[in-house]
Design a protein around this ligand. Structure first.
Ligand code: ARG
Length: 573
């Protein structure tokens, strides 16, 4: 079942072909001027340019053919040669009916599913998560859900930062402090880590001790391993709680350390392939290429102390995902600032034959900034911890609900869970409503508002539809075949048809904002429909049944869209 936009595109393509012109000029898009048309085709302009012909003439001939299409109520030529298409009420009703009958609400699946890893979140041992991890978690969770919904086989992997230099630093810091491993808590780690990191930057001796500890840990020194296991355990428990609070769920919680056993073999393999070079005692892979605008530094595989590095575990993870999952595509959802790192790892992986060229993609994103335009900090100037951020959003959501007099009569426990959902929706929707590459300003007041393009607005609209449907049920009103006659009904059918286009764009560009945009337009269109077309008070039973069916379908599509953004709709508010 294809969407109306694509089906009309096929008809236009056939019309161009029948005129002896390339079929790809037949692309159909939503109209720029909804008051004039539902869709438009601009292909006659390009076709005329290529054929040195008159665009209005080509448009006229193509339009004449399209007029025979029963799905079109009118086909007009506008301006220099745009073809404006107005669909018939019957065609819209038929498409809306098909969307209504489809449990996927009109969304297609990929023809050839792939095995896809989404590497996102990227939390670290001992270091509290900050807003960079927030964006990675939100965007990654959405992409994971989207790819799975499109039919791919998907694994979301946290790629826990539990190996490398930070571990050596902690070992030294904990040792100097004399904390017994069994009593070590996350608070200890969070207290000890920042000064240790600062000290390693300032004091070469301290840094060298940490480097040696890292190498010894990796080499298997038992007391270090025991200490490290404790670090991992306490950090992981706390982190998983934070992710759960955000409705972020990983399928795999693999750590950098999990590929440790693969490293010696990989190093030997890189050596055998002639890719490993000696660089003042360290071992590197050169990844610069001809045509690079600036020189990309080599990938550091083994440090001069003999340790595996951040890039080493990443490279071995590529190998592991190929061997154990058969991964065909990997999306690295990581801050734009790690673009070079991912580029180094990817190029090394392609050179070594660990992944198909092009199959490792960096899904970068901008930063979440404060009003000063710099990456968001707390009022005290520190990096905001994710945990505190979620709590702040939840508190604000509670306040907003009370202001709007929502949920006041609900049991306290349910109210709390709604406040959490509203807070999460506010954070996630704000993050996903613009293209991921764009940085945005953190403005909790705006994010949590029930008005405007926000998560809470969308939840509120969805809950309204739910309550309408409950009321209908209570009155014994049932839904029936879709009929379309009012302009507001036409608009609703058109927006329901646009779901597929939004998902395919989001999938192709790895860009959830297309789904966010659709959800917002759908909610707004429904709101206008609801104001213009009484549902329970419809003039006759068939109209009421049709409008109820439209409302049910809007709800399904809205909930699905939000679910793909990682947002859950409460039953009521
Ligand atoms: N732990 C890293 C950090 O906090 C992010 C990990 C991203 N994923 C990866 N495969 N490198 O910066």
């Amino acid at each position: 079942m294809s969407d109306l936009k694509s089906a009309l595109g096929e008809a236009a393509a056939a019309a161009f072909a029948a005129e002896g012109l390339p079929a790809d000029y037949g692309r159909v898009v939503p109209s720029d001027r909804p008051e004039l048309a539902d869709f438009q085709c601009n292909g006659a302009l390009a076709a005329a340019k290529a054929a040195r012909a008159n665009p209005r003439d080509i448009a006229g001939r193509v339009a004449q053919r399209l007029r025979a299409d029963p799905r079109l109520a009118s086909v007009e030529i506008a301006g220099p040669g745009f073809i404006n298409l107005r669909t018939s009420d019957a065609a819209l009703a038929e498409r809306a009916e098909a969307v209504a009958a489809d449990e996927r609400a009109g969304a297609e699946q990929v023809a050839e599913p792939r095995r896809v890893v989404v590497d996102y979140g990227g939390p670290n041992v001992a270091k509290p998560m900050h807003v960079g991890h927030l964006r990675a978690s939100i965007i990654g969770e959405s992409l994971k859900r989207l790819f799975r919904f499109r039919g791919d086989q998907v694994w979301g992997d946290a790629h826990f930062g539990d190996w490398g230099f930070q571990m050596g630093l902690l070992i030294v810091a904990v040792g100097d402090e004399g904390v017994a491993p069994e009593t070590l808590t996350l608070e200890d780690l969070e207290r000890l880590y920042p000064p240790a990191a600062a000290r390693a930057k300032a004091e070469p001796d301290y840094r060298d001790r940490a480097r040696r500890a890292t190498a010894e840990l990796q080499g298997g020194r038992e007391d270090y391993r025991a200490l490290w296991r404790r670090f991992v355990e306490v950090s992981r428990t706390a982190l998983q709680r934070e992710f759960a609070a955000l409705d972020v769920r990983f399928d795999l919680w693999k750590g950098e350390s999990d590929v440790d056993a693969l490293i010696p073999g990989m190093v030997a393999d890189l050596q055998a392939k002639g890719l490993l070079l000696d660089d003042q005692g360290a071992r590197i892979v050169r990844v610069a290429q001809e045509g690079d605008k600036r020189e990309l530094p080599p990938l550091l595989v083994i440090s001069s102390e003999g340790s595996a590095m951040y890039g080493t575990t990443d490279l071995a993870t590529v190998l592991d995902r190929k061997q154990s999952l058969g991964a065909q595509l990997t999306l690295y959802v990581i801050d734009q600032r790690q673009a070079d790192h991912i580029e180094q790892v990817s190029r090394a992986a392609y050179l070594a034959g660990y992944a198909e060229p092009g199959s490792l993609e960096h899904i970068g994103f901008g930063t979440m900034n404060g009003v000063d335009g710099k990456p968001f900090k707390t009022r005290e100037g520190g990096v905001l911890k994710l945990h505190d951020l979620i709590e702040t959003a939840r508190a604000k959501a509670r306040e907003r609900l009370q202001e709007a007099d929502l949920g006041a009569d609900l049991p306290a426990e349910e109210f709390e869970s709604i406040a959490r959902q509203v807070g999460v929706a506010a954070l996630k929707f704000a993050d996903l409503s613009a293209f991921r590459g764009t940085s945005y300003i953190f403005d909790l007041d705006r994010f949590t508002s029930f008005e405007g393009k926000t998560g809470p607005y969308l939840l509120y609209q969805a809950v309204r539809v739910k309550s309408l449907l409950r009321k209908a049920k209570g009155e014994g009103a049932s839904s029936g075949r879709v009929r379309i006659s009012e302009p507001a009904e036409r608009d609703l059918a058109l927006i329901l048809d646009a779901f597929e286009g939004a998902l395919s764009e989001a999938y192709a560009k790895r860009a959830p904002h297309a789904i966010a945009e659709h959800a917002y337009r759908l909610a707004q269109t429904f709101s206008r429909f609801y104001a213009a077309c009484p549902v329970l008070g419809a003039p006759d039973e068939a109209t009421r049944a049709s409008r109820l069916r439209l409302a049910e379908t809007v709800l399904r599509q809205l909930e699905l869209s939000l679910e793909l953004l990682g947002i859950t709709v409460p039953e009521r508010m």
